[in-house]
Design a protein around this ligand. Sequence first.
Ligand code: DGY
Length: 367
Amino acid sequence: MEQRQKATRIWQAGVDAVSGYAATLTALNDIEAPDQILAVGKAAAAMTRAALDHFGPLPALVVTKDGHGDALPDHVRVIEASHPVPDIRSLQAGRALREMVQSMGSSSHLLLLASGGASSLAEDLVPGKTLANLEQLNRKLLSEGLNISEMNAERRKLSQIKGSGLLAQFKGAKATVLAISDVPGDDLNVIGSGIGALPEPRDFQGVARIVASNKHARAAAARLAMAEGAPVLANEECLHDDLKSIAARLGPRLRNMPEGVMVFGGEPTVVLPRNPGKGGRNQALALALAREIAGIAGLTLLVGGTDGTDGPTQAAGAIVDGTIWGDGAEKALRDADSGSYLERANALFVTGPTGTNVMDLIVAIRS
Ligand SMILES: O=C(O)[C@H](O)CO
């Protein structure tokens, strides 16, 4: 129990360090007041709250995931949409964003706050494509084990607002983009499929900045571990691979880990069966790692999505140790049903929406 609490504290320190509110507030210090705020992604509400606290009650349009749009003032227009597979509200949100950008005057300054999840939450399709095409594409992409860069290259092909398409329609004087990165390499053209990417030949002044990333979260987690007296044995962004390979690679390191803490970040890919059960990539990776450490005492792993939601579930991930792997685990892994198994084992890690999204974070503790 003590190790679970320690892992949770260290993981949470990582997430707190990249909170959408704090990261945005800090970045706003040297930015002039905009005329309009647009915010898209899982951290949109937290980022908007920071901008409103800093600048006062500016007009704002927030597009975010179901259940992530709370605690905003009444004057803010909030559109909640579906994630990870878009729905009709994603199209409404995409249209609202485009219309807002197109309606801004020639001297205007737009503040665009972008975070992960935007690919699904807002879309404005190229002519000839339908919601059914969009849903079908996303289901396919999510099940094939592609990395985010490969997925978003496909998503951009269907979109009028991704890959700098949104800002290409802005005729104002200045656009400032602040982004929280949930992609490897922090590439603005990949975050939310490039919803906040600046177009190359543009007639306005454009500034874009990453305000939080996985690196910041790992650094803060490692800092807390050290402050609590635990040697930090690893701090790596190494989870960009198919989750079976990641488990096979990390397994021996974890089994042989001396006393201390290891921190890993990134986003595993997963190939889903035709009818997946309950879970997400973090729960699946946690269970695959539970197999690797089965029977080992004094070792605890917290595997969690920093946004607080792992796939289409209410859990952020799971906390596992040497006692978790047991009857039914192999089948649950095979059927992409780790969530059901981990729930029965009382191993789910639940935080609710965190107000940020910088991919996933693993904290391993050995005592
Ligand atoms: O929305 C998306 O495309 C992913 O979260 C990456 O930003």
